[in-house]
Design a protein around this ligand. Structure first.
Ligand code: OAD
Length: 251
């Protein structure tokens, strides 16, 4: 790991614009389970992919809304970790864009601004039918350990159920966020892909687009991914350890 970190430094120091693409691995060290972690409690017999669809919500809105409320309560209770803080601090060293697949707000709470959320946010629910935005009551929901079924609130405008503000499987990414993410890849010299399995398209294509356009791709992930094929460097380690190390040695 030390060797690859040393090799990454000159690439970062030469860059005018770095785009960081983050996935669930960046929030893992805050205590947010990654998407592909096994579900527990009420959801133990489901795969996350089976709950994160419009069809699942239509079939059983209380199951899906309960799952997202449980995730939201978990996210509200945890704190940004050294990886989020190191990414925020990088903005003082280089022009930085942050593109995240995460639906939490831990980058923002660590101090990053202008974060591009290509998969939406747990904190911006809207009506399932008419898309009117809805606002959660203040405070942290008191979710029981194993979670619970919970009927979604009705839309005050049309009475249809409120849905989470995240992108579900089979849905298009929000146009403005996706265009901004693609632009951030076109504009950068270095694409840093951190803590993502790079399995879910179209977000997973961004490192491949970057490589095709001649950008330097650096990956930080304890496990191998398809991005290894195009990364100039793959740093095998945890984001919360590698990123502070990189930042400390960057100056
Ligand atoms: P995944 O859960 O697919 O992958 C998490 C990645 O993080 C894996 O490659 C792990 O090896 C890595 N990882 C785990 N701990 C880490 C650590 N401490 N530091 C660095 N890396 C670590 O999550 P995503 O790639 O974000 O989409 O998943 C992409 C999308 O798939 C999600 O946004 C979600 C899901 O379906 C939607 O909901 C639309």
């Amino acid at each position: 790991m030390e060797n690859t970190i040393s090799a990454a430094l000159p690439l970062l120091r030469q860059a005018c614009h770095v785009t960081v693409l983050t996935g669930a691995g960046v929030s893992a060290e805050s205590g947010v389970p990654t998407f592909r972690d096994v579900l527990t409690g009420l959801w133990a017999r489901y795969e996350a992919e089976d709950l994160a669809t419009a069809a699942a919500f239509e079939r059983d809105p209380a199951l899906v809304w309960g799952w997202y409320e449980w995730r939201r309560s978990l996210v509200l209770r945890v704190q940004p970790n050294p990886a989020h803080r190191a990414i925020a601090a990088m903005a003082a060293r280089v022009k930085l864009s942050v593109v995240t697949q995460n639906v939490d707000d831990l980058h923002e709470r660590a101090g990053s601004t202008g974060v591009i959320h290509v998969h939406g946010s747990l904190h911006t629910p809207r009506c399932f039918a008419c898309a009117t935005p809805w606002h959660y009551p203040a405070g942290i929901p008191d979710e029981p350990e194993g979670g619970r079924r919970l009927a979604p609130p009705p839309c005050p405008r049309c009475g249809e159920p409120i849905r989470p503000g995240v992108v579900w499987f089979g849905e298009s990414l929000p146009t403005a966020a996706w265009q901004a993410a693609q632009q951030a890849v076109r504009d950068c010299d270095v694409l840093l892909s951190v803590g993502t399995s790079s399995l879910v398209y179209p977000a997973a294509q961004l490192p491949f687009d970057a490589a095709r356009e001649g950008k330097t791709v650096i990956q930080i992930n304890p496990s191998a991914t398809h991005v290894d094929a195009v990364a100039q460097l793959s740093i095998a380690g945890k984001a919360g350890e590698v990123l502070p190390h990189l930042l400390g040695a960057w100056a």
